[in-house]
Design a protein. Structure first.
Length: 393
C-alpha cells in the first residue's frame, strides 16, 4: 500500500467517525426533546417555586446588558426573588445601569454589592464569593451579565428542584448577534452558528452518552447554598477559568444530580473581528481541553465536513467520495436544524446555514491549534492555564 492510499484510508475513517458522531448527536437531540415533552405533559414540578437569590457579577457595560437586566425583573414567578449585582469597584460603568434598573423597577428587590477583595485569579468568582455572603435565600442562581431570559425562566428552572437530589440546574443558550449591520460580522455569525450547531449538540450528546449532565454552563448555574457547602464553597474555584464547568462537575461528584433545563436563554455575541473571535474561541477550546481531556482529544473526529472534503481531495474527486461528502452534508444540516432550530428555536441558524462548512473548518483549526500552547486572553488580560487553573502571564 502506497502513502497516498494510506492517507486516503485515514481520511475515510475520520469521515466515517464524524458521520457516526452526527448520527449520535441527532439521537441525543431527540432524547432531550422527548424527555422534556414528557415532563411538560405531566406538569412535573410546576408548583415548586422556592425563594431565590439571582447573582450577577458585572464588569463594564455593553449594548444589550440592560435589556438582559430588565428581562430578569419581569419574571412570571410565584415565589420571591432578589437580584444581586456584584462589582469590584463602585466606579464601574455598570453601577449606573443598576441604579437605572432600580429606578425603573422600584418593586423589584435589587441590590448592588461592592466586592473589593481579589481572592484569586478569577475576578468573577472572587465577586461571586462575596455576593453569596449577602444572598438572603437558600436557592441561588448565577448567570452572566449579558444573559437575556424569557418571562418563565425562573419558573421553569427552579421547578427542576422539585426532583429529588437535584443539586444544580443549568440551561442551553443561543448566541445573539447585535442588531444592525455594524453589529454583525462574519466572525460574530460564525461564533453564534457554532454555539447552536456545534457546542449545544455536543452537550446533548454528552448528556445521552453519560446518562446525564455532569457539568454546568455559565448561562445558568442554579443551585443551593447546601450544595455549594458540600463542594467546599465557591472559594475553591477562584483560580479556575472554567468555573461553570467545574462547579457542575463537583456537585455531580458529590452525589447530586445536575439537570439540563429546556429553557433556552440568550447571550450576546459581539461584532468580532478575526482576532477577537480567535481569542474567544481559543479560551473556550483550551478551557474545555483542560476540563475534559480525553473527550476533547476525540473532538477532532467530530468535524465530519472537513474530513469529507479532505477525503474527496485525497481520492482525486472519485464519485464515491462525492457521495460520502453529500451524505455528511445531509447529516450536518440535519443536526443544525434539529438542535439549532428544533431545540433552541434559533432563527439565525436558517440565516447562516450556508456558513456551516466554513464554521466546521474554522472549528477544526481552533481545535488543532489549542494544543499548541496554554495561554488564553480573558477580558483583555493574558493568563496561562495549568490543569484548569489560571496563572497570570
Amino acid at each position: 500500500m502506497d502513502v497516498s492510499t494510506g492517507i486516503e484510508i485515514v481520511f475515510v475513517l475520520l469521515t466515517l467517525s464524524g458521520l457516526a458522531y452526527l448520527l449520535i448527536a441527532l439521537w441525543g437531540a431527540r432524547s432531550f426533546a422527548h424527555f422534556w415533552r414528557r415532563r411538560r405533559a405531566v406538569g412535573e414540578g410546576v408548583a415548586f417555586a422556592p425563594s431565590v437569590s439571582i447573582l450577577k457579577p458585572v464588569k463594564g457595560a455593553d449594548e444589550r446588558m440592560y435589556a438582559g437586566f430588565v428581562s430578569h425583573c419581569v419574571q412570571e414567578y410565584a415565589g420571591q426573588f432578589e437580584l444581586l449585582f456584584g462589582v469590584s469597584s463602585l466606579d464601574d460603568p455598570a453601577v449606573a445601569e443598576v441604579e437605572r434598573l432600580r429606578g425603573e423597577f422600584p418593586d423589584c428587590a435589587i441590590r448592588l454589592v461592592e466586592c473589593p477583595e481579589r481572592l484569586g485569579t478569577s475576578g468573577k468568582v472572587s465577586n461571586l464569593v462575596q455576593m453569596l455572603r449577602e444572598a438572603r435565600y437558600e436557592h441561588v442562581l448565577i448567570n452572566d451579565s449579558d444573559i437575556f431570559v424569557g418571562p418563565r425562566y425562573l419558573a421553569r428552572v427552579m421547578a427542576c428542584f422539585a426532583e429529588e437530589r437535584v443539586g444544580m440546574v443549568t440551561a442551553p443558550y443561543v448566541g445573539r448577534t447585535l442588531a444592525g449591520k455594524s453589529g454583525v460580522t462574519v466572525w460574530s455569525r460564525l461564533e453564534a452558528l457554532g454555539i447552536s450547531t456545534d457546542f449545544v449538540p455536543g452537550v446533548l450528546t454528552a448528556r445521552m452518552l453519560e446518562g446525564g449532565i455532569r457539568f454546568g454552563l455559565g448561562s445558568t448555574l442554579a443551585t443551593t447554598k447546601t450544595a455549594l457547602a458540600k463542594i467546599g464553597g465557591l472559594e475553591g474555584l477562584v483560580e479556575s477559568l472554567a468555573d461553570d464547568y467545574e462547579m457542575g462537575a463537583r456537585i455531580a461528584a458529590a452525589g447530586l444530580r445536575v439537570e439540563l433545563s429546556d429553557e433556552v436563554v440568550e447571550t450576546t455575541v459581539p461584532a468580532y473581528d478575526f482576532r477577537g473571535c480567535w481569542e474567544h474561541q481559543m479560551r473556550w477550546a483550551r478551557s474545555t481541553r483542560d476540563s475534559r481531556k480525553w473527550g476533547y482529544a476525540g473532538l477532532g473526529v467530530t468535524y465530519a465536513v472537513p474530513w469529507a472534503l479532505a477525503t474527496m481531495l485525497a481520492s482525486g474527486f472519485a464519485l464515491w467520495s462525492l457521495s460520502l461528502l453529500s451524505l455528511v452534508l445531509l447529516a450536518r444540516v440535519a443536526v443544525a436544524l434539529s438542535v439549532g432550530v428544533g431545540v433552541l428555536r434559533d432563527g439565525q441558524v436558517l440565516r447562516d446555514l450556508w456558513l456551516l462548512p466554513v464554521r466546521d473548518l474554522f472549528g477544526l483549526a481552533v481545535w488543532a491549534w489549542s494544543f499548541a500552547g496554554d495561554t488564553v486572553v480573558w477580558r483583555g488580560e493574558r493568563f496561562r492555564l495549568r490543569d484548569g487553573r489560571l496563572e497570570r502571564v
